[in-house]
Design a protein. Structure first.
Lengths: 114, 176
């Protein structure tokens, strides 16, 4: 039999990893997927609490959270697909930025946008 | 250590490993692979929690997300979003507090385990959850479904608008 705290710690770890990705990643896809990690952690907390109390409400909420998360990802992707961030990459940044639509280097895109 | 606990540890390691892969990978295929690994292992953990319906819903939504992200991931990977210095400092502080709480509560786990989850084998069946979703929670399910539907319709509309605008822009550049 597994203690409920095991699930809660896993959910918390997933939430922290998602938050770190959301805060510190400058790549849009990674940031969007990190937000999904945070939602998945929240959903796991709901399901674990539901199991602990023997009540289905948490599972229902987890399903709803997953649905809203899917909507959020879809909208985020749609917005991100059509947005060009105009800040130039910091000097010494070696992550190899490429503009969203054109495939041109990010610095050239930023200059073009300005 | 029981079999259930062993399976939990294996799947928890897969979840965290997939999350690390997502955060560290530079190749979009590996990034999406890490995301799929997280959702797959999470589905197994939901089954351990006697929530098969949630596991199925999570798997379907996770698969849809992978299918939605994969075609655009390569083009978007290098797209940069601005993060200011203050955002990094505040984010770092918030994350530090969360990690402190996690480590503190994990240390407490050595003193006293949490309560065991209830072993009711009839918990989490499809019929009971469906009765909940379609009965007292029908409005919430409807609202979430409408939000998802509106999001999908908005994406289709945005794709048409931006595609037409891009075509006009390209035509204008061609003429000049």
């Amino acid at each position: 039999v597994i203690p409920v705290t095991h699930f809660l710690y896993l959910a918390f770890g997933l939430f922290v990893l998602g938050l770190a990705g959301l805060l510190f990643s400058r790549h849009l896809v990674r940031a969007l997927l990190s937000a999904q990690l945070m939602l998945a952690g929240a959903g796991l907390t709901l399901v674990a609490s539901s199991r602990w109390w023997g009540n289905h409400d948490g599972q229902v909420m987890a399903v709803l959270v997953a649905l809203v998360g899917a909507a959020q990802l879809v909208m985020g992707l749609a917005v991100a697909r059509n947005v060009r961030w105009s800040d130039p990459p910091p000097p010494g940044d070696d992550e190899g930025g490429v503009a969203a639509d054109s495939g041109e280097p990010a610095a050239k895109e930023a200059t073009h946008g300005a | 250590m029981s079999w259930a606990e062993l399976f939990f540890l294996i799947f928890a390691a897969l979840v965290l490993g997939g999350a690390f892969l997502l955060l560290r990978a530079n190749d979009p295929r590996r990034m999406i692979g890490g995301f799929a690994l997280v959702y797959g292992a999470l589905a197994a953990i939901h089954v351990l929690l006697l929530a098969p319906v949630v596991a199925v819903v999570h798997s379907l939504i996770g698969g849809s997300m992978v299918l939605a992200v994969a075609p655009v991931a390569r083009g978007l990977l290098g797209t940069r979003r601005p993060i200011g210095r203050s955002g990094r400092i505040l984010g770092g502080l918030g994350l530090g507090v969360l990690v402190f709480v996690l480590l503190g509560t994990l240390a407490r786990q050595y003193l006293s385990y949490g309560a065991d989850v209830d072993a009711d084998p009839h918990f989490g069946g499809f019929g009971r959850l469906a009765a909940d979703l379609m009965g007292p929670r029908a409005l919430a399910l409807d609202v979430a479904g409408v939000i998802l539907l509106v999001a999908v319709l908005a994406v289709v509309l945005a794709a048409r608008v931006f595609t037409a605008a891009g075509r006009d822009e390209a035509a204008g550049e061609g003429e000049s």
